[in-house]
Design a protein around this ligand. Structure first.
Ligand code: 13P
Length: 265
C-alpha cells in the first residue's frame, strides 16, 4: 500500500514463470541483492519482489532471512482452498508460512492455459487475503478484445469480477498486462498503459473505496525492458512493473529497478 506520506511506493516485480530451479534461484537472488547494494538501491524508495516457482520458495526464504535482504517474494499462484484433497495445489497458508508477502493471481497464462475463470480468480483473491497475502491481480485484454471492445473494457470487467467479494480498504496490487504485449517484444505505449490504469483506478474506487484506490499500486506488464521502463514510470497511474523475460536477466532487471536513474532518458 501507500507509504506513510500517502504517496504510492513504486513496485518492480519479477515474474520468473517456469524458469530457474532452486539452486539457480539462490545464485540469482544473491547476485541481484549484491548488484542493488552496489548501486546503493534503497528499498523504501522502490520496492522489489521476485516470484519464483514454488519449489524455489524455501531456498529464497532461507537466503533472504539469513542475509537480511529487503527483497520481497511471493508465489505465482495460490489455491482457492485452505487444505485437503487438491492434488498439485498450494495453499495460501503454506505461502504465508514461507514468509511470502505477495501472490500473483489471474495471470493470463493461467487464464488461458489452465482455463481459470473470473469466479475461480475471485475465490483465489479471497483465499490470498484470508491468509494475509497481498494479491497481485493480473488483468488484461487480448488483441481480439482490444479490436472488439477497445482498450479498457475487458481489464475493467476482469477487475470487477475478481474483486466483487472483497471488503472496502483491501490491500491489493493490480497488474495491467495486455496479453498481446506479453513476451511479444511489443510493449504497450506508456500512454496506452496510463489510459487503462486510470480506468482501473476509477473502478477501484467503487470496489474498495477512494482511500484504498488511491493507495493501490497499479503495475504495467508486457515486454518491459530497461529501455522502456522510464516511460511507464512517468505516468500518473502506473506505479511499477510486472516483468517477465527481463526479470531473468540480472543486469536488465537491476537496471529496471533503478529506473529513477534513467527517467530523464
Ligand atoms: P514479459 O515481460 O516477458 O513480456 O512477460 C510479462 C509477464 O507476463 C509478467 O507477468
Amino acid at each position: 500500500m501507500a507509504s506513510v506520506t500517502g504517496k504510492r511506493t513504486p513496485f518492480i516485480a519479477g515474474n520468473w514463470k517456469m524458469n530457474l530451479d532452486h539452486l539457480q534461484s539462490i545464485a540469482f537472488v544473491q547476485k541481484l541483492a549484491w548488484s542493488l547494494k552496489d548501486a546503493r538501491h534503497t528499498f523504501e524508495t522502490v520496492e522489489v519482489a521476485v516470484f519464483p516457482p514454488f519449489t524455489d520458495l524455501r531456498s529464497v526464504q532461507t537466503l533472504v532471512s539469513a542475509d537480511k535482504y529487503e527483497l520481497k517474494f511471493g508465489g505465482q499462484d495460490v489455491s482457492a482452498f485452505d487444505s485437503g484433497a487438491y492434488t498439485g495445489e498450494i495453499s495460501g497458508a503454506f505461502l504465508k508460512a514461507l514468509d511470502c508477502q505477495y501472490v500473483i493471481i489471474g495471470h493470463s497464462e493461467r487464464r488461458t492455459l489452465h482455463n481459470e475463470t473470473d469466479e475461480l480468480i475471485a475465490a483465489k483473491v479471497a483465499a490470498a487475503l484470508k491468509h494475509g497475502l497481498v494479491p497481485v491481480l493480473c488483468v488484461g485484454e487480448t488483441a481480439e478484445d482490444l479490436e472488439k471492445h477497445g482498450p479498457s473494457a475487458v481489464p475493467v470487467a476482469q477487475l470487477k469480477a475478481a474483486l466483487a467479494g472483497v471488503t472496502v480498504g483491501a490491500d491489493i496490487v493490480v497488474a495491467y498486462e495486455p496479453v498481446w504485449a506479453i513476451g511479444s517484444g511489443q510493449a504497450a505505449t506508456p500512454e496506452q498503459a496510463e489510459q487503462v490504469a486510470a480506468q482501473l483506478r476509477l473502478a477501484l474506487v467503487e470496489l474498495i473505496g477512494q482511500e484504498a484506490a488511491d493507495a493501490t499500486r497499479i503495475l504495467y506488464g508486457g515486454s518491459v525492458k530497461s529501455s522502456n521502463i522510464a516511460g511507464f514510470m512517468r505516468q500518473t497511474n502506473v506505479d511499477g512493473a510486472l516483468v517477465g523475460g527481463a526479470s531473468l536477466d540480472l543486469a536488465e532487471f537491476s537496471s529496471i529497478v533503478q529506473f529513477q536513474k534513467h527517467v530523464g532518458t
